[in-house]
Design a protein around this ligand. Structure first.
Ligand code: AMP
Ligand code: FE
Ligand code: FE
Ligand code: ZN
Length: 300
């Protein structure tokens, strides 16, 4: 059974519409897809209709942008981005909606700032960035890159990311309006959703190969109510997967595997390149009280 629990569309920074992605899923024989656009439930209604029309199971979700704030022995606070998958929450939960509003305001602000900073190196206007974003969709750095690709500065997003944030100093602006990762886990649970930490070791500068694994961070997340870990993801090395799986098993957490598809020209990630076991999805659905999956096949 092919179960892919992490997919983006043009409602955030994916390059393909829901319609396109779900037809592709059908062609590939995907049984269950989770829609996890960044910080939005915009696509849920359309995806639900398509799920029934195309005979695909749908798990409505989102990928919530959060930030870890880890106190250090020297008194400083280590900060890095954490992406928290939020499956099957109540989309009308007031606290969740408030958090999303803040994140969106912060996303637009920081994108404008970054666009301004980058325009000193690569000429472009804010309107050109906006032109890359479907109305109502979540703003993100990939859309600045898209605007510069449209001007032929870069071939694709990957080259753009490398030549921008991989090369130029002083052009990264964090989103200061995102919730703390621990607060986000509690919020997701309150909204009836199931929090699963996405590509857990791939962000931030908190671990280089050979460094000890940050077990403390995981303990804190687990205490707060973390439901699962996205173990099978292309950004997790084999070594990382072994460690993450052992943490999940030790704490009886759900183990997921997903593509993080962003469209054929968005990222190299192919739809369903990593998948989740049916029994793990069954556990996830069982924990959720905020909303129900659509057209889910039997997971027995
Ligand atoms: P932001 O949330 O605005 O900081 O942008 C981060 C997003 O950029 C992530 O969700 C990824 O989808 C995307 N991204 C990061 N690195 C790359 C890359 N090298 N190529 C394409 N997309 C990327
Ligand atoms: Fe993304
Ligand atoms: Fe992510
Ligand atoms: Zn993602």
């Amino acid at each position: 059974m092919k179960i892919d629990l992490h997919v983006h569309t043009t409602h955030s920074d994916g390059r393909e519409s829901i319609n396109h992605v779900m037809h592709k899923a059908q062609d590939l024989g995907v049984d269950v897809l989770a829609l996890t656009d960044h910080d939005t439930t915009e696509g849920w209604a359309e995806a639900s209709e398509l799920a029934i029309e195309l005979g695909i199971g749908l798990v409505p979700g989102m990928e919530l942008t959060t930030r870890a704030n880890i106190p250090q022995p020297d008194g400083s606070v280590l900060k890095f981005g954490v992406h928290m998958l939020n499956y099957l929450p109540d989309p009308n939960n007031v606290k969740l909606l408030q958090a999303l509003e803040g994140i969106h305001a912060g996303r637009e602000e920081r994108l404008r700032e970054m666009s301004e900073l980058i325009s000193k190196h690569y000429e472009h206007s804010w309107d050109e960035v906006i032109a890359q974003i479907k109305p109502g969709a979540t703003f993100g750095r990939p859309q600045i890159v898209d605007a510069l690709v449209a001007r032929n500065y870069f071939e694709n997003r990957d080259e753009g990311f490398k030549k921008l944030w991989g090369t130029l100093d002083g052009i990264y602006v964090p989103n200061r309006k995102v919730p703390d990762a621990i607060d986000a886990i509690r919020l997701i649970r309150e909204a009836g959703g199931v929090p699963v930490v996405a590509h857990p070791l791939s962000r931030g500068k908190h671990r280089q190969p050979g460094d000890p694994y940050p077990i403390e961070n995981f303990r804190n997340m687990i205490e707060a109510g973390l439901g699962g870990i996205e173990v099978y993801h292309r950004e997790n090395s084999d070594e990382d997967r072994v460690w993450l799986e052992s943490v999940a098993l030790e704490h009886d957490l759900i183990i997921t595997g997903s593509s993080d598809y962003h469209g054929a020209t968005g990222k190299p990630n192919e739809l369903a390149e990593n998948t989740t076991a049916p029994e793990m999805l069954a556990r996830l659905v069982e924990q959720a009280t905020g909303s129900r999956p659509i057209n889910l096949p039997s997971l027995d």
